[in-house]
Write a protein that binds this ligand. Structure first.
Ligand code: MD6
Ligand code: FE
Length: 161
């Protein structure tokens, strides 16, 4: 995808669920259809089961954003703030190569902490951390054999409405 500023992102992106998160010249937003016009596929049951176990069985996520990091891909510090209700946490699942995840504060700047996310790790950002700036500085190529062709997939589950 392209950022709203016309810069191509280094991660590849798609979604599942009622909405997909998209970015292009029109901005960052949730859309009920893939740019090709088709609805997004359903979120797999085994992914929803992680949400049910760790977040809530009463409200399921509307979006599963799928980020694919091939060689050299990274993600700059950002907030997840395109959702209506920040009282719901965001849950992420990391698969494949390990990634250095950096978390800062709810405003830009200040101290940050970094942690390696490994294949199978689940991170939940809720409460005060819900609007913390975070990003991926780098991915350690060859650290996992899970994905054909190498790389890393991160799934993020969000309540959107
Ligand atoms: C990633 N993760 O791990 C990027 N957002 O590739 C995120 O942007 C993220 O891990 C919100 C909550 C958890 C996350
Ligand atoms: Fe995020």
């Amino acid at each position: 995808p392209m950022t709203p500023y016309g810069k191509p992102m280094s991660v590849q992106m798609t979604s599942a669920g009622k909405y997909g998160w998209v970015t292009d010249r029109g901005g960052y937003r949730y859309e009920p259809r893939h740019p090709d016009g088709r609805p997004w596929p359903p979120i797999p049951a085994r992914v929803l089961a992680i949400w049910r176990a760790l977040v809530s069985a009463d409200r399921l996520p509307d979006c599963c954003l799928v980020n694919m990091y091939r060689e050299g891909a990274k993600m700059g510090l950002h907030q997840d703030r395109d959702e209506a209700d920040f009282s719901w946490p965001v849950l992420s699942v990391s698969l494949g190569d390990s990634a250095l995840f950096r978390v800062g504060n709810t405003t830009r700047g200040g101290k940050t902490e970094s942690v390696w996310l490994e294949s199978g790790d689940v991170a939940v950002m809720g409460g005060e951390a819900r609007l913390a700036y975070h990003g991926i500085d780098r991915v350690r190529a060859g650290s996992s054999a899970l994905l054909k062709g190498g790389g890393r997939i991160n799934l993020t589950l969000r309540v959107v409405d």
